[in-house]
Design a protein around this ligand. Structure first.
Ligand code: SPQ
Length: 427
């Protein structure tokens, strides 16, 4: 597919799609609660629809009237045996969080995904869940999907120091701990996104968080709620970078989620000298409008505790760095190697094709800038975030760019290319 080029700069307002992480969890909590949950602004993208169908297969009634989603909660003990293995598509969040949910059920289930998901590591979730008494195996005794879980309603609590910073591993353990009898303690390596913890409180449960220590006592019950999902800062990040690096741009992104465990990209934009402001800050819903303009940028260093707060934004931050003066070093980001694709290699390989000075390292990237980019034939590697990053790169490249497998963007942002076009049309 030929990618969009900008001519007159990016202009206008955009409501970015709903948050993917919160949308997944709203279905999960809704299903496990007693009573009805109503979800406004649910993300109807492939990953979240995988979660929705998996819970329907487990006997949960879920209706979509086109505006709101209604989940008829069955409680922690009401899920039913599915009559076939559950297909989870491309979604790491769905499979890993469901492993924690299913570990304590009175049923067995097999979960599998597409080629990308079936190559992603699951031992990180299986190992702590097994310590809690879960019966859980990967295909052929290995750590990859298909994963089979034979539920054990007698799960034990766990004390666990996490070897990696991962919201998915943390959330899977929390879901199992909510079903175990007794108190579990999880110590995070670094603080990762906390949507699971926040939703436990929203649904009437209890959880204590003290720095990196999380304490959960089970068993718990939840009550159905009304959830309004804010815009996804990870989706917004493509436009934040696009406006910052494209001459003559000024755009406003509306209702962007600003939960502090997700705003690493705003910290980096600030460090690099980007020109942006937050308005209409809604503290309760943790959302704001962000206006960003063409910026004069400088290189920076990104590593340590900030990494989980911007992990999914690193490919597009690498692109941002190609237009900054000086060197940008990204480190401590080895987790990028086990996402939908190896995002360290994919980012370096594809941006190099467009003329960037970028080098992959074992745990990150080194980028020297500013470097003019040129059009090239590039590939999304079937990874939504790589595909969207390359479209943003193409906006500023001299000449035409062609993207292989552009359909991957539908995993998190089905209208992405239409939204790019809307902001680049001559005003
Ligand atoms: O769901 P999936 O495929 O793992 O999605 C990604 C993404 O880029 O959309 C990662 F590939 O986001 C993860 C994120 O990297 C979503 C997530 C969550 O909702 O809990 C947590 C992060 O993953 P992890 O492995 O660091 O916990």
């Amino acid at each position: 597919m030929e990618l969009v080029k900008q001519i007159h700069g990016l202009k206008g307002k955009l409501a970015v799609p709903a948050d993917k992480s919160i949308s997944h969890r709203s279905i999960m909590f809704g299903a496990l609660a007693q009573g009805t949950t109503t979800i406004h602004n649910f993300l109807r993208a492939e990953d979240c629809l995988s979660t929705l169908s998996a819970f329907k297969e487990l006997g949960v009634e879920i209706h979509d009237d086109g505006t709101t989603i209604t989940v008829e909660g069955v409680g922690f003990h009401g899920l039913q045996q599915a009559d076939k293995p559950l297909f989870i598509g491309n979604s790491g969040t769905t499979i890993r969080l469901m492993m924690g949910i299913l570990a304590g059920q009175r049923l067995s289930a097999t979960l599998y995904g597409d080629d990308s998901l079936n190559r992603r590591p699951m031992e990180r979730v299986m190992a702590p869940l097994r310590q809690m008494g879960a019966y859980i195996t990967g295909a052929y005794g290995k750590e990859f999907p298909p994963i089979t879980i034979d539920g054990n309603p007698q799960l034990r609590p766990l004390h666990y120091e996490m070897p990696i910073a991962s919201a998915q591993v943390k959330s899977a353990i929390i879901f199992a701990a909510l079903q175990a009898t007794g108190t579990s303690t999880i110590i995070e390596k670094e603080n990762s996104r906390n949507h699971t913890e926040e939703m436990i409180k929203q649904f009437g449960g209890s959880i204590e968080v003290d720095g990196k220590t999380i304490t959960v006592t089970g068993p718990q019950t939840f009550t159905g709620q009304t959830v309004t999902v804010p815009g996804d800062i990870s989706s917004a990040s493509f436009f934040l970078v696009a406006a910052a690096i494209t001459p003559n741009s000024e755009i406003t992104l509306q209702n962007v989620g600003i939960n502090a465990t997700r705003t690493g990209i705003l910290d980096v934009l600030k460090q690099m000298g980007a020109d942006f402001t937050l308005e209409n800050v809604d503290e309760k819903n943790q959302a704001a409008d962000i206006t960003i303009r063409t910026s004069s940028l400088k290189g920076t260093t990104i590593g340590g505790e900030i990494i989980p707060r911007l992990i999914d934004e690193l490919p597009v931050i690498a692109l941002l760095a190609t237009q900054a003066t000086g060197q940008t070093v990204i480190f401590d980001a080895e987790e990028l190697k086990v996402k939908e694709t190896n995002r360290i290699d994919a980012t370096a390989d594809e941006l190099k094709k467009m003329g960037a000075d970028i080098t992959a390292t074992p745990d990150g990237l080194i980028i020297n800038g500013p470097t003019p980019l040129h059009g090239a034939a590039v590939s999304s590697h079937q990874d939504h975030r790589i595909g969207m990053m390359l479209q943003v790169a193409a906006l500023i490249a001299q000449g035409t760019s062609e993207l292989e497998n552009p359909e991957a963007v539908a995993i998190s942002y089905p209208h992405f290319f239409a939204d790019v076009t809307a902001l680049t049309e001559e005003k």
